[in-house]
Structures are given as structure tokens and as C-alpha cells.
Write a protein that binds this ligand. Structure first.
Ligand SMILES: CC(=O)N[C@H]1[C@@H](OP(=O)(O)OP(=O)(O)OC[C@H]2O[C@@H](n3ccc(=O)[nH]c3=O)[C@H](O)[C@@H]2O)O[C@H](CO)[C@@H](O)[C@@H]1O[C@H](C)C(=O)N[C@@H](C)C(=O)N[C@H](CCC(=O)O)C(=O)O
Ligand SMILES: Nc1ncnc2c1ncn2[C@@H]1O[C@H](COP(=O)(O)OP(=O)(O)OP(=O)(O)O)[C@@H](O)[C@H]1O
Length: 476
């Protein structure tokens, strides 16, 4: 690709573009540098730096006349980055089909279920919080939805590996920051909407508007799959010209569940589809996973896949990594490790856990540092209200003092059914040690994460591994 292939009016010399990047420090000579306005600084300040490191041109929102370096002015550099990345990696008009999943909770679970259910009928790729997976390849990455250059590099690799369908999580940040602008989604799934990420979006209305962008962008020949039981279902349906397919427990939905039975080993339910009813059995725990399964089956059906094959496969699917994962090392009580780190998700998990708890329900929970401080007392309150014993501990404090975060979680609390144990390992050990027959311990907030960032130091800690090791020592 040459600069003039994209910008025909370009007056400068053009050599083969080697890279499209937003980071001046990572420039490879021949790159196109795109100046983004960030939270800490403004990429426009690094135009000279980028060009001195070998960038051919800087893409900017405001031309800096004082600089004697090539600049091209565009209206929105975030949006332009997505277009440039798609050109560079030749992923515009991709032969792959795309399923985008958005919502406050359930993106990783639903995308992973889609990946699993479709795998015997199509070659499927997954992109989301748990990394990138396709064609026997697994790549870690840190964001739910990577920035456009990374995203299109992944698409390009997937195209080369002949992936048919990409199931990807689409965060509200990605939508607001134009990361997924050029992707022609065939199916978009809306799971639910509750209070989250208001530190970034400012208001709930902005947060919802960002989520809705996924649906606004769908063409009339595409499919929007919407949770009919969510209070915002109608707003999402109204935001799209695509065909709307509803799922839920409401019989008005196209895919709806009834006769739900569950225990600590999984669930069974009757699934009504537009054509037939089926009995579905799954090892996935909790009612919200029945929603995720319905969204996944409806997505597969929208892509023309065989529903009976998907229903047969769901019976075999193990827990999604770090989501409602049962840990069984011979202990006489249930242990569930889960990723719930917002109050609504935590409440759902604890309400489910209560139904499989004969005696005491324990929850080990913290709140993240550096963001969304208003959710801390709400989380604390959900924990003490829904569990018999809450163990408040550390969860990704970043540069904050974990003790201060716990102070916020218990601020104004009247309930006394909690203990504070700052060290996460000690907190989990406490709950696992106290629990006895008929109890249940929910270790919430971090799922399968391996790294706990404490005051700038990445501490290696994994809730699942720690719980397993503790229980093995005590019970085997
Ligand atoms: C809030 C957010 O999305 N932030 C993104 C933003 O970072 P920032 O605003 O801090 O950037 P900045 O440091 O101010 O720098 C501005 C620009 O100057 C550039 N720069 C800076 C210094 C320099 O020497 N040279 C240079 O070119 C930077 O590369 C950047 O493009 O722009 C950066 C690149 O331009 C992104 O990497 C960064 O995402 C960071 C990694 C991030 O953590 N994002 C999270 C919040 C996120 O996107 N999360 C969602 C949701 C997850 C969920 O649902 O829980 C996700 O999809 O993962
Ligand atoms: N459909 C759902 N509705 C409500 N809660 C859910 C749903 N699916 C999963 N959960 C709960 O939310 C937690 C997070 O689930 P998951 O990782 O699938 O969501 P996510 O949207 O990807 O989250 P994040 O954006 O934080 O990565 C789960 O561990 C579970 O407790």
C-alpha cells in the first residue's frame, strides 16, 4: 500500500507503507502515524517525533503549521485509524463473517459459547477478554477489543488461516473510540445493560449510546439478536434497521426458555425456537448462561447453521475460562470462581449460588482501583446482602492502597457479616478453610486473570490455581 493509494491528493513522495500506528515510539521507517487524542496526552504532540523516527506522514485533526513535516488533515483520527488499518491489512470486504457481542455482562461467555457451538460446522475465531483463538492458535492480549491496527492484523491472520466466522466481544470503549468502525458485522448480540464504565463514558446515556453504535451500524440484511428481558431491549431494537431476533424467558421472544431446572452441575431447559422446541442440557451454571446459550444458538441460526447440532454440542461444553468455573478437589462444599466484578453481575452470581447452598454462602470479593469509585459501596452492599459471610479483599488496586478501596466498599455499612483480609491469597484461604459441608464459596472478580497489579508491580496470582492448590492440600 502507498500513501497515495488512500490519499490521491497526496503531494509528497510515496514509498510502500510499512505500518499504521498511533504510537510514535513504535515507528518503523515508512509508517503512517495517526495522531490520537488520549486521556493523558495528545498524539499531535508527537508528530515531529514520529517523522524523525521515519514516519512518511502524520494523519492529524489539526495541522501544525509550525512543523515542517508532512501532515494530512482528517475529521476524526480515531475513525481514520480504523480505515487505514483495514486498508493496510487488506481486511476491507473480508470473506469472513463477523458476530459482535456487546453488553455489560456476558460478552466473553457468549462469544466463547458461539465459538464452541459453531466449531463442528465452521472454522471459528474468537477475539475478546480471554485473548485470540483460531485454527489451534492462542494469543494473549490485554484489551477486550484491541485497537484497530492490532484488530486488523488479527483479522488478516485469521483470513490467511481460512477462518469462516469471527465471534468477537465489542466493548463500549471500542465503539466510542471507532475501533470497530470498518467491520461489516453480520450478527450483533446485545446481552444486557447495567451501570459500568461511567468513569469513561460520563453518563449512563452515553454508555448506552456507545453500545447502540454496534446496532446502528448493521445493514438491513443483517441480524440483531437482543435480550428481550433487558429493560433497554426496545431502545436497542429501535436503533437498528437489521432484522431483530429476540431471546429470553418471555414467550414473545423468537428463542425462549422455560422449564428451567438447575443444580450445581448444570441446567436443563426447554428451548423454543421459531420452528421447534428442544430439550437442552448444559454443564454451564446459572440462569444467565441459559441466556448466553440462547444468544449463541440464535447467532448460529442467523448464520444458517444447524440448530440440532448446536444443541448436541452445548451438552459437552465445559465452563468458559474463569466464568462460573466449579472447582472440585474433593471438598464437601461447592467452590465457584467467577469474573463478576460489577454489582449486577455479582448479585446474579450470588443469587444463583444461594440456590445450590444448603448452609452458608461465602463470597470473596474486592473492587478495582483507579476507576469507577461509586461502584465500590454498591458492590460491598450486594456482597453482605446476598452472602452469609463476605470476605473483602484486594482486586486490581493499581496505584491505590487496597485498604482504602475496602474502606470505600464498607463505607456506611450497617451489616457486620464481613471480614477484611487485604491479602487476596489469605482471603480465599480463609473462606475455603471456614467452609464446611453444604456450604458454597464464591471467589469473584478476577476469573482466570493471572496478574494482580499492585502499586506498579505485576504480582502473579490466579484465583483458580490458588483455590485448587489449597483444596488439594486440605482434602486429598
Ligand atoms: C481509555 C482508553 O481506551 N485509552 C486508550 C488511549 O490511551 P490514553 O488515552 O491513555 O493515551 P495517551 O497516553 O493519552 O496518549 C495519546 C496518544 O499519544 C500517543 N503517544 C504518546 C506518547 C508518545 O511518546 N508518543 C505517542 O505517540 C499514544 O500512543 C496515544 O495514541 O489510547 C491508547 C492508544 O491511543 C490506548 O491504548 C488506550 O487504551 C488503553 C490501553 C486501555 O486500557 N483501554 C481500556 C480502558 C479499554 O479500552 N477497555 C475496553 C473495555 C474493557 C471492559 O469492558 O472491561 C476494552 O475493549 O478492553
Ligand atoms: N448474560 C449475562 N447476564 C448477566 N451476567 C452475566 C451474563 N453472563 C455472564 N455473567 C456474569 O458476568 C461475569 C462476566 O461475564 P463475561 O466475562 O462473560 O462478561 P463480559 O461482558 O465479557 O465482562 P467484561 O466486559 O468485564 O470482560 C460472569 O462471570 C458472570 O458472573
Amino acid at each position: 500500500m502507498l500513501v497515495k493509494d488512500i490519499y490521491p491528493d497526496w503531494q509528497g513522495n510515496s514509498i510502500e507503507v510499512t505500518q499504521v500506528t498511533y504510537n510514535s515510539q513504535a515507528i518503523i521507517p515508512g509508517a503512517i502515524f495517526v495522531a490520537l487524542r488520549g486521556e493523558n496526552t495528545d498524539g499531535h504532540k508527537y508528530i515531529s517525533d514520529a517523522v524523525s523516527r521515519g514516519a512518511q506522514v502524520a494523519i492529524v485533526e489539526v495541522v501544525d503549521e509550525s512543523l515542517d513535516v508532512p501532515q494530512i488533515k482528517v475529521a476524526n483520527t480515531q475513525a481514520e485509524l480504523a480505515v487505514l488499518a483495514a486498508h493496510f491489512y487488506q481486511t476491507l470486504n473480508s470473506p469472513m463473517q463477523f458476530v459482535g457481542i456487546t453488553g455489560t455482562d456476558g460478552k466473553t461467555s457468549t462469544a466463547s459459547i458461539i465459538e464452541y457451538l459453531l466449531a463442528d460446522q465452521k472454522s471459528v475465531g474468537y477475539i475478546g477478554t480471554n485473548g485470540v483463538r483460531f485454527a489451534d492458535r492462542v494469543e494473549p492480549h490485554t484489551l477486550t477489543t484491541p485497537l484497530a491496527p492490532e484488530l486488523h492484523r488479527i483479522f488478516s491472520d485469521m483470513q490467511k488461516a481460512e477462518v469462516d466466522v469471527v465471534a468477537m466481544e465489542v466493548s463500549s470503549h471500542a465503539l466510542a473510540l471507532h475501533r470497530v468502525d470498518t467491520i461489516d458485522f453480520d450478527v450483533a448480540v446485545f446481552t444486557n445493560l447495567t451501570h459500568d464504565h461511567l468513569d469513561f463514558h460520563g453518563t449512563f446515556e452515553n454508555y448506552m449510546a456507545a453500545k447502540q453504535l454496534l446496532f446502528r451500524g448493521l445493514g438491513a440484511d443483517k441480524t440483531a439478536i437482543i435480550n428481550i428481558d433487558d429493560p433497554y431491549a426496545k431502545q436497542f431494537a429501535a436503533a437498528t434497521k437489521a432484522k431483530v431476533v429476540y431471546y429470553g424467558v418471555n414467550p414473545k421472544a423468537d428463542y425462549w426458555a422455560e422449564a428451567i431446572e438447575f443444580d450445581q452441575f448444570g441446567s436443563k431447559f426447554q428451548l423454543h425456537t421459531p420452528d421447534e422446541a428442544y430439550t437442552v442440557r448444559t454443564k454451564l451454571l446459572a440462569t444467565f448462561n441459559i441466556y448466553n446459550i440462547m444468544a449463541a444458538i440464535a447467532s448460529g441460526a442467523a448464520l444458517g447453521l444447524d440448530i440440532e447440532k448446536m444443541i448436541a454440542r452445548i451438552e459437552m461444553m465445559p465452563a468458559v475460562d474463569g466464568r462460573m468455573e466449579l472447582i472440585n478437589e474433593g471438598q464437601p462444599f461447592a467452590v465457584v470462581v467467577d469474573f463478576a466484578h460489577a454489582s449486577a453481575a455479582l448479585e446474579n452470581v450470588l443469587k444463583f449460588a444461594r440456590t445450590i447452598t444448603a448452609n452458608k454462602l461465602y463470597v470473596v470479593i474486592g473492587a478495582a482501583g483507579a476507576r469507577d469509585t461509586i461502584k465500590r459501596p454498591v458492590m460491598g452492599n450486594v456482597a453482605v446482602t446476598n452472602a452469609d459471610v463476605a470476605v473483602f479483599t484486594t482486586d486490581d488496586p493499581y496505584f491505590e492502597d487496597p485498604d482504602d478501596i475496602i474502606d470505600d466498599m464498607v463505607a456506611g455499612m450497617i451489616a457486620t457479616n464481613y471480614v477484611r483480609i487485604v491479602d487476596r491469597a489469605e482471603a480465599i484461604a480463609y473462606a475455603l478453610d471456614q467452609a464446611g459441608p453444604g456450604d458454597c464459596v464464591v471467589v469473584a472478580g478476577r476469573g482466570n486473570y493471572d496478574i494482580l497489579p499492585i502499586k506498579g508491580v505485576d504480582v502473579h496470582f490466579n484465583d483458580i490455581d490458588f483455590s485448587r492448590e489449597f483444596l488439594q492440600k486440605k482434602y486429598k
